[in-house]
Design a protein around this ligand. Structure first.
Ligand SMILES: Nc1ncnc2c1ncn2[C@@H]1O[C@H](COP(=O)(O)OP(=O)(O)OP(=O)(O)O)[C@@H](O)[C@H]1O
Length: 669
C-alpha cells in the first residue's frame, strides 16, 4: 500500500493495523462500524458533560431549556476546538489535513464579505413606543436638552439674590447667638440695620442680573484674557513673537506723551486704526516690529508716533551732540513717499520742537548735508541718497538707534538692498538687543529699535529682517498681501488696441472725480497723457524720467485738484496718500501681484471706498494665477477668459499634478 493509499484509508475511517493484512469490509460492515463509533462518541460526550456540570442525566433538572441548549452548543464547540488543536499538533495529522484540503476542499469557514451598500443600510426596526426606560426610571422622563446659555446668570445656578439672602440669614443667626450668649438685646439701630440688609438682598439689582459685558463697556483693568481675544478678533489683529504687550484700545490708553496726544487730536484722528492699536505699544517698549497691514490703513502714524515718543526721552539736541547725527532714520523707496512721511512727521512733532529733514535724490546733496549738520532729530531718506551722504561724510549716524524701513519689500525689489544694509551698518551696533530672545531687556537702557512696514512682505524682506531685527513682533492686520475690502476690483480682458478707447470711456464716466492711471513704461505715460489731454481731460504725469521739480509740481497739482487725472508709472504706486482718489485704472497690468495690490491701494484709503479697474491682455500670463486667486479671495468677478486660461490654473513654477502641500492655500471656486 502506498503512503497516499494509507492516508486515504485513514481519511475515510479505516484504521491500519500493521500486524494484520488489510481486510475488505462490505458496505454494511462499514456502516455498522460507523454507527458504533457514533454511539461511542455520543456516550463519551454525555459523560463529559455530566462530569463538567456535575448534574444528573435527567433533562428535567434543567429549568431552562435554552440554557441547556446553549451549554451543549458551547461544549460541542470546545470539544471541537480541542480535537482540532490536538490533531493539528501531530505532523501526520497536519499532512492528512493538507491532503484533505487538496482533494476535498478547505473546511475553514469562508469570511463573510460585507458590501459597502450593506454597511450603510440602516435597520429601522426600533420604535420609540418600544422604549420602556421612561417607565423604569423617572430620571429618563426628561431627556437632556442643549442649553446654550448655561453658565450665564441664573441659568448656571448662580443666583446672586439667593446668595445674598442666605448670607444675611447666616449673619442674623450668628449675631443673635452672640447677643444671646452675652445676655444682651439688639438695639433698635442694630435691628433696623439687619432688616435693611435683608430687604436689600431681596431687591432686583441689575448688577446681580448682569451677564458678562462687551469689552467696549469695560475699563482697562476689567479686561479679561477672553475680552482681549475678542478685541483682537474684532480688529483682525494677529501677532507672531514672544512677550507681546497688549494693544491699545484708544488714544487715552496709548501712553504717548501729552504733546503727541494733542497732535493726534489736532490731526483729527479720533480712533487709532488697527495697525496703530497693535504696533504703537510695541514701539513704546522698544520692540522690533514687522508690520503688515493693508494699504491706506495708517501705517505711517503707527511708526512715526512711537518714534517721536522715543525721541522725547532723549536729551535735546545741542551744539555738543548735533554733530553725532540724528536720533532716528526712516527709509522709503521713493522721493515722493519720503517727502510725504516728512510732512506726516512734522505734523505730529508740532508740539515737540523736533526737527525733521528729508534727504532724497534730485536735490543738492551739499545743501542736504548742511541741513543735517545744523542738527535734526529725524532724517527721512531714500536709501541711495542717504548712503551717499554717509559715504561723503555729510552726515553720521553715531547716535541713531531708531530705524524704520517703510515699504521695505519695494526697496529690496528696486535693488536698494545693499544701500539699506549699508545704512544699517553705519548705525552703532553696541545697542543691538541680545540675540537670546529670553533675555530680559533693561527698561532704562536704549536699544536699537527697527521697524519694517508694508502691505506685502515677500521672503527677501524676511531674510533682511532675520539679520537686522532681534526677536521681532510680527503684527498682521487681516490677511497679508490682500487688498482692502473697501476697493471694488474690476478686471477686463482686452486687446492692446482697445485700451485707449476703454480708458476714455471710463474717464468720461468719472466726470470731475479724480483718477490715477498706471502705465508700465515712462514713454507710454507721456503718450497716453498727451492723448487724454487732447480729449479735454485735466491731466498731469508722474514718472522717474521727470525732474524732481516737475514731479513735485505734478503731484501738488493733482493733490489740489488742479488736475483730476494723474497718469503715472510705478513711482506713484506705493505709499502715496492722496485723499479722495475715486478710481485707479491699471492701463497696463504690473508683472507682480504685490505691485497690483499697492497700485489699487491708492484708492479706498482711510475708511473710504474706491474702484480699481484693470486692463488685462493675453501677454500678462505671468500674473494670471495670482490675480485670479486675489479676485476670488476678494469676491470680485473673474472674467471667463481669465478663469479658463491655463496660465491661471497653475502657479508659475509649480509642478502639475503635485498634491497640495500643507502651506498651500486652496480656493474652492
Ligand atoms: N487713526 C486715524 N484716523 C483717521 N485717519 C487716519 C488715521 N490714521 C491714518 N489716517 C489717514 O489715513 C490715510 C492713510 O494713511 P497712511 O498713508 O499712513 O496709510 P498706509 O497704511 O501707510 O498706506 P500705504 O500702504 O498705501 O502706504 C492718511 O490720509 C492718514 O492721514
Amino acid at each position: 500500500m502506498t503512503i497516499s493509499e494509507r492516508s486515504m484509508n485513514r481519511l475515510v475511517g479505516i484504521k491500519p493495523d500493521p500486524s494484520k493484512k488489510p481486510v475488505y469490509l462490505t458496505k454494511a460492515q462499514r456502516e455498522q462500524s460507523a454507527l458504533q463509533d457514533e454511539i461511542a462518541d455520543q456516550k463519551r460526550c454525555h459523560e463529559h458533560l455530566q462530569a463538567k456540570y456535575n448534574c444528573p442525566s435527567s433533562d428535567n433538572h434543567y429549568c431552562d431549556k435554552n440554557r441547556k441548549r446553549d451549554r451543549d452548543r458551547n461544549s460541542d464547540r470546545d470539544r471541537e476546538k480541542e480535537t482540532n488543536r490536538v490533531r493539528l499538533e501531530n505532523p501526520a495529522e497536519k499532512e492528512l489535513e493538507a491532503i484533505h484540503e487538496q482533494y476535498l476542499g478547505s473546511k475553514k469557514p469562508k469570511k463573510r464579505v460585507i458590501t459597502s451598500s450593506a454597511k450603510l443600510r440602516s435597520s429601522f426596526d426600533w420604535q420609540n413606543s418600544e422604549d420602556t426606560s421612561r417607565d423604569v426610571n423617572p430620571l429618563y422622563q426628561n431627556p437632556h436638552e442643549a442649553r446654550p446659555h448655561f453658565g450665564r446668570g441664573f441659568f448656571g445656578g448662580i443666583d446672586r439674590r439667593e446668595q445674598k439672602k442666605l448670607a444675611i440669614k447666616n449673619e442674623r443667626e450668628m449675631q443673635e447667638e452672640i447677643w444671646k450668649k452675652g445676655g444682651v438685646e439688639a438695639t433698635a439701630v442694630e435691628a433696623a440695620a439687619l432688616k435693611k440688609k435683608e430687604q436689600n438682598a431681596d431687591l432686583y439689582d441689575t448688577f446681580d442680573m448682569r451677564v458678562d459685558r462687551h469689552w467696549t463697556d469695560k475699563k482697562l483693568e476689567e479686561m479679561t484674557e477672553r475680552d482681549w481675544r475678542i478685541f483682537r478678533e474684532d480688529y483682525n489683529i494677529s501677532y507672531k513673537g514672544s512677550r507681546i504687550p497688549r494693544p491699545m484700545r484708544n488714544w487715552a490708553e496709548s501712553k504717548l506723551t501729552t504733546e503727541l496726544l494733542k497732535a493726534v487730536e489736532r490731526a483729527g484722528y479720533k480712533k487709532p486704526s488697527p495697525i496703530q492699536m497693535a504696533s504703537i505699544p510695541l514701539g513704546l517698549q522698544q520692540r522690533d516690529v514687522i508690520g503688515v497691514a493693508e494699504t491706506g490703513s495708517g501705517k505711517t502714524a503707527a511708526f512715526v508716533l512711537p518714534m517721536l515718543n522715543y525721541i522725547t526721552r532723549l536729551p535735546p539736541l545741542s551744539e555738543e551732540n548735533e554733530a553725532e547725527g540724528p536720533y532716528a532714520v526712516v527709509m522709503a523707496p521713493t522721493r515722493e513717499l519720503a517727502q510725504q512721511i516728512e510732512d506726516e512727521t512734522v505734523k505730529f512733532a508740532h508740539y515737540l520742537g523736533i526737527k525733521v529733514v528729508s534727504i532724497v535724490g534730485g536735490q543738492s546733496i551739499e545743501e542736504q548735508g548742511f541741513r543735517i549738520r545744523q542738527g535734526c532729530e529725524v532724517v527721512i531718506a531714500t536709501p541711495g541718497r542717504l548712503l551717499d551722504c554717509l559715504e561723503r561724510r555729510y552726515c553720521v549716524l553715531n547716535q541713531c538707534n531708531y530705524v524704520v524701513l517703510d515699504e521695505a519689500d519695494r526697496m529690496i525689489d528696486m535693488g536698494f538692498g545693499p544701500q539699506v544694509v549699508g545704512v544699517l551698518d553705519a548705525m552703532p551696533s553696541s545697542n543691538m538687543k541680545p540675540k537670546n530672545e529670553d533675555e530680559e531687556l533693561d527698561e532704562k537702557k536704549i536699544y536699537r529699535t527697527t521697524y519694517m512696514f508694508s502691505a506685502t512682505m515677500p521672503p527677501a524682506v524676511e531674510r533682511l529682517a532675520r539679520n537686522y531685527l532681534r526677536n521681532p513682533a510680527v503684527v498682521t492686520i487681516g490677511t497679508a498681501g490682500k487688498a482692502t475690502d473697501l476697493i471694488t476690483q474690476h478686471v477686463f480682458m482686452v486687446k492692446e488696441s482697445e485700451k485707449m478707447f476703454k480708458l476714455q470711456r471710463f474717464l468720461h464716466e468719472l466726470g470731475d472725480k479724480t483718477a490715477i492711471v498706471f502705465i508700465n513704461s515712462r514713454k507710454r505715460v507721456d503718450t497716453v497723457a498727451k492723448n487724454l489731454d487732447k480729449s479735454g481731460h485735466r491731466v498731469t504725469t508722474l514718472h522717474g524720467g521727470k525732474s524732481q521739480e516737475q514731479r513735485e509740481i505734478s503731484l501738488e497739482g493733482f493733490r489740489t485738484k488742479k488736475y483730476n487725472v494723474l497718469v503715472a508709472s510705478d513711482v506713484a504706486g506705493r505709499g502715496i496718500d492722496i485723499p479722495d482718489v475715486a478710481h485707479v485704472i491699471n492701463y497696463d497690468m504690473p508683472n507682480k501681484l504685490e505691485a497690483y495690490t499697492h497700485r489699487i491701494g491708492r484708492t479706498g484709503r482711510a475708511g473710504k471706498t474706491g474702484v480699481a479697474t484693470t486692463f488685462l491682455t493675453v501677454q500678462d500670463t505671468e500674473v494670471f494665477y495670482d490675480l485670479k486667486q486675489m479676485l476670488i479671495q476678494s469676491n470680485s468677478h473673474v472674467p471667463a477668459e481669465l478663469a479658463r486660461h491655463k496660465a491661471s490654473k497653475l502657479k508659475p513654477g509649480s509642478i502639475p499634478g503635485r498634491p497640495p502641500r500643507r502651506n498651500d492655500i486652496v480656493f474652492t471656486h
